[in-house]
Design a protein around this ligand. Structure first.
Ligand SMILES: Cc1ncc(COP(=O)(O)O)c(C=O)c1O
Length: 388
C-alpha cells in the first residue's frame, strides 16, 4: 500500500519535508504498522531515535509514572527531581555537568556558546561530511552547501576542513581564534563514517595546545547506537563537551550538552536557557532510557548484533558489484553504492522494510537497539534481494 503524501498535498503541513506513504498508525517492537494493518520492519527507528523500539514497556512505565506525578512542566526557575537524577546518570562516566534542551541542533548551538564564553575566542572548526543541525550556527558547521546557501549569512568564523586531514586541522585550529572543534565520532548524515581514533586523539592534543573546546556531536551515534554508551569510548579520547539528543527522550523531544567541569566553571546564571529544557516529564522518560541503554548486558547485545550484521554487510560488499563498501559499528551501518541509494530505499519500502539514505549513494541502517537477530536477518535478506 502506498499513500503518497508529498509536500504539495493539502495536509496543512509546511512543505519542507518530502514525506512518503504509507500512513502509520501504530508501532510494536521493531515494526511500524500502517493503516491497512501491514507491518513494516523498521531499520530507521525514527532516524536513530527509537532505541528501545515501539511500545516499549520501559517508556510506557516511565510515561505513566511521569503522568502520575502531575508534573509535565515546571520551568527552570525551580528544582525538579527527574532532571537532577538524569544529569547524575549522564555524568557518571564524564566529569562535568548537564544542560538539557530540546533537540540536537539546539544542543550544538548551546555548546558553541559555552565554548566561546570559556575560550574567550570566536571561531569554530568542523569537518567535511558533517551534519550538526539546521539553525544558524549548527547549519554553518554542517557540510551541506545546498542547505546553507538560501539562508546565508550564517554564523561567521566557521571553517569546514577535510575529515581526517591532520595538516588541515593543524592549520585551522589556532590559539588566536579557535573556540571550538566539533566532530561526530561516527558521521551519520554524511554517509556513516567512523572517524579514526588517531584523528580524534590528534584533535584532542590540538585543542589542548590551543585552548579550544573539543565537542563530540553524539546526537546520532551516541547513547548505545554503536555498542558503547558514547560512540567515542573505544578511542579513549574524552571531549570537553558531548552533545546528545535523538534517542535520549525515548521519542520525546530532548537534547543535552554534557559540559566539562572546566567549561562549566566559566558559565553563570543567564548565560543560556530554554523554557522546556529538562522538564520533569521528558527527564523521567529519558532517565529510564539512559539507565536501560547503559546496562552492560544491553550494550554487549548491541555489539554482538552489530558484529553479526557488519559481517553480513561486509560479505555483501565483497560479492556485490553494486555495493562499494559497508561501514559502521554496532547498529549504525552504511552501505555505499556505486549509484543513487534512493531507488533502493523505495524498493525496500515496497517490500515492507524501512531503511534511509545518508547522502546520495549510501543506504543507512539504524534499527531499534532492541531489534532481534531474527529481525536483522529478515531485513538483511530483503536488502540483499533489493540490491541484487
Ligand atoms: C550528528 C547530528 N547532529 C545534530 C543533528 C540535529 O539534530 P535535530 O534534528 O534534533 O536538531 C542531527 C540530526 O540528524 C545529527 O545527526
Amino acid at each position: 500500500m502506498t499513500l503518497p503524501l508529498t509536500s504539495s498535498d493539502a495536509t496543512g503541513l509546511l512543505g519542507v519535508y518530502a514525506r512518503v506513504g504509507p500512513l502509520f498508525v501504530a508501532g510494536e517492537g521493531s515494526d511500524l504498522i500502517a493503516e491497512d494493518g501491514t507491518r513494516y520492519l523498521d531499520f530507521v527507528a525514527g532516524i536513530a531515535v527509537n532505541a528501545l523500539g515501539y511500545n516499549s514497556l520501559v517508556i510506557r512505565d516511565a510515561v505513566l509514572r511521569a503522568l502520575d506525578s502531575g508534573l509535565i512542566h515546571v520551568s527552570n526557575l525551580y528544582r525538579t527531581e527527574p532532571g537532577e537524577r538524569l544529569a547524575a546518570e549522564l555524568t557518571k562516566s564524564f566529569a562535568g555537568q548537564a544542560f538539557f534542551c530540546n533537540s540536537g541542533a539546539e544542543a550544538n548551538e548551546g555548546a558553541f556558546k559555552f565554548a566561546r564564553k570559556w575560550s574567550k575566542k570566536t571561531d569554530i572548526v568542523a569537518f567535511s561530511g558533517s551534519f550538526h543541525g539546521r539553525l544558524f550556527a549548527s547549519l554553518a558547521a554542517t557540510d551541506r552547501p545546498d542547505y546553507r546557501r538560501p539562508f546565508e549569512p550564517l554564523l561567521a568564523g566557521v571553517q569546514i576542513i577535510p575529515l581526517g586531514d591532520r595538516d588541515a586541522a593543524q592549520r585551522a585550529i589556532t590559539a588566536e581564534r579557535t573556540a571550538a572543534v566539533i566532530i561526530e565520532p561516527v558521521q551519520g548524515e554524511g554517509g556513516v563514517r567512523p572517524v579514526a581514533a588517531e584523528f580524534l586523539a590528534f584533535l584532542r592534543e590540538r585543542c589542548d595546545a590551543c585552548g579550544g573546546a573539543l565537542i563530540f556531536d553524539e546526537v546520532q551515534c551516541g547513547l548505545g547506537r554503536t555498542g558503547t554508551l558514547f560512540a567515542s569510548e573505544p578511542s579513549g579520547v574524552v571531549p570537553d563537551m558531548y552533545t546528545l539528543a535523538k534517542p535520549l527522550g525515548g521519542g520525546l523531544p530532548m537534547g543535552a550538552i554534557l559540559v566539562s567541569d572546566a567549561i562549566a566553571a566559566a558559565l553563570a546564571p543567564g548565560d543560556h536557557a530554554t523554557t522546556f529544557g529538562g522538564g520533569p516529564f521528558v527527564a523521567m522518560v529519558a532517565l529510564e532510557v539512559v539507565r536501560t541503554i547503559a546496562e552492560p548486558e544491553f550494550l554487549a547485545a548491541v555489539r554482538a548484533k552489530g558484529e553479526w550484521l557488519g559481517a553480513r554487510f561486509r560479505a555483501l560488499a565483497t560479492r556485490s558489484t553494486r555495493v562499494k563498501e559497508a561501514r559502521g559499528r554496532g547498529l549504525m551501518w552504511g552501505l555505499e553504492l556505486t549509484e543513487a541509494a534512493a531507488p533502493f530505499v523505495a524498493a525496500a519500502r515496497e517490500r515492507h522494510l524501512l531503511v534511509l539514505t545518508a547522502g546520495p549513494n549510501v543506504i543507512r541502517i539504524v534499527p531499534p537497539l532492541t531489534i532481534t537477530r531474527e529481525e536483522l536477518e529478515r531485513g538483511a535478506t530483503i536488502l540483499e534481494e533489493v540490491l541484487a
